[in-house]
Ligand binder design. Structure first.
Ligand code: SAH
Ligand code: MG
Length: 191
């Protein structure tokens, strides 16, 4: 993981922030999910992190569309010895989420921020009752919380994230809390 952190910082791969990864580890140890779905694998850092703190039989399915990332993630997952735990679904999340089978104890939403609302319904359907949805980057460098920070060319994504956050917080099927940590994390429990 240390090597991946260095690689990510050198190559500008947006892996989960350190404090968020600590939060994830604590949550995972509390909830002990057996089946996790991740939307946005990148180089496999968060998947490997999940596998490394959970039981040997944990199953992680992670979606990624960028071929270079997929190649790197496969290499890293193999090196970490988690080929039997982590499966990469290659392609676009919007398409693939409709095809994923079974249900999940936890879903980590961490792909294109402007598309979270499109993933919302399929993701909700895939969660078991009592399962956890963790959505990363929901405050997007503070821009979602403070208008004065919004960069002109990021306005579209900020609006999309605002819609997503509103949908989440108003959805009575979820108990949700927003944590201003890292790039902003929303934790939701499906009732
Ligand atoms: N979860 C990773 C970081 C993911 S970065 C970690 O913390 O280690 C976000 C990734 O989502 C990028 O690699 C990007 O290629 C991928 N992505 C963005 N939109 C996507 C989509 N619609 N379908 C599949 N992958 C997508
Ligand atoms: Mg992220």
């Amino acid at each position: 993981l240390k090597e991946l952190e260095e690689y990510a910082s050198e190559h500008n791969v947006p892996i989960v922030h350190k404090e968020v990864s600590d939060l994830l580890k604590v949550l995972l140890k509390l909830q002990k999910p057996k089946r996790i779905l991740e939307v946005g694998c990148a180089i496999g850092y968060s998947s490997i992190l999940f596998a490394s703190v959970l039981d040997e039989d944990v199953e992680i399915i992670t979606v990624e569309r960028n071929e270079k990332m997929i190649e790197k993630a496969k290499e890293n997952i193999k090196l970490a010895g988690f080929e039997n735990n982590i499966t990469i679904l290659e392609g676009d999340a919007e398409e693939l989420l409709k095809e994923v089978e079974g249900s999940f104890d936890m879903i980590f939403m961490d792909a294109a921020k402007g598309q979270y609302t499109e993933y919302y319904n399929p993701v909700k359907k895939l969660l078991k009752n009592g399962a956890v949805l963790m959505s990363d980057n929901v405050l997007f460098k503070g821009m979602v919380a403070n208008k004065e920070l919004v960069q002109r060319n990021k306005r579209g994504i900020v609006n999309d994230l605002m819609d997503f956050n509103k949908t989440l917080s108003e959805d009575k099927d979820f108990e949700t809390t927003f944590i201003p940590m890292g790039d902003g994390v929303a934790i939701s429990i499906k009732r």
